[in-house]
Design a protein around this ligand. Structure first.
Ligand code: ZN
Length: 148
């Protein structure tokens, strides 16, 4: 388990609990001493089905990377992003599925981002959902902004 903060592979488990379909572990990095959460079921066996039908193992780092790009230069604390990814993973684990479509994962993230930061929400929607259609972008903007 690599630390999401510094990338070090050594961590110790500070708390373990089961969540319906998986095991949630709270870990502390032995290098930077920051804490992070891992979900063994999600990490170990969930496959993400991409839009072209290819499947790849769920990758927290990859999801986090996409979110960080969307949140670049926005006033969003790193802990909020971590907590958001934790929630998304909890929601994925709660499905009890072995495969989930990538755009479903995207929609979970969007629901959280919508509450967190409108600009990051739009950026993530455009990249993750590959929104090339301006009308779709506009619909998304319409969802987060009150009518003028
Ligand atoms: Zn670390």
């Amino acid at each position: 388990m690599k630390c999401p903060h510094c990338g070090d592979a050594n961590s110790r488990v500070v708390d373990t609990r089961s969540t319906g379909d998986g095991i949630r572990r709270r870990r502390e990095c032995e290098t930077c001493h920051k804490r992070f959460t891992t979900y063994e079921h999600v990490a170990a066996s969930l496959l993400i089905v991409k839009s072209d039908g290819r499947r790849e193992p769920y990758d927290r780092q990859k999801l986090m990377h996409g979110i960080l790009i969307a949140c670049a230069k926005r006033p969003i604390p790193q802990v909020s992003i971590e907590a958001m990814v934790d929630s998304v993973e909890e929601e994925l684990a709660a499905l009890g599925r072995t495969e989930v479509k990538s755009n479903y994962v995207g929609s979970l993230v969007l629901e959280h981002l919508r509450q967190l930061d409108p600009m990051a929400y739009i950026r993530f929607a455009m990249v993750y959902l590959q929104m090339s259609d301006l009308e779709v972008v506009q619909q998304h903007i319409g969802r987060i902004l009150p009518p003028a």
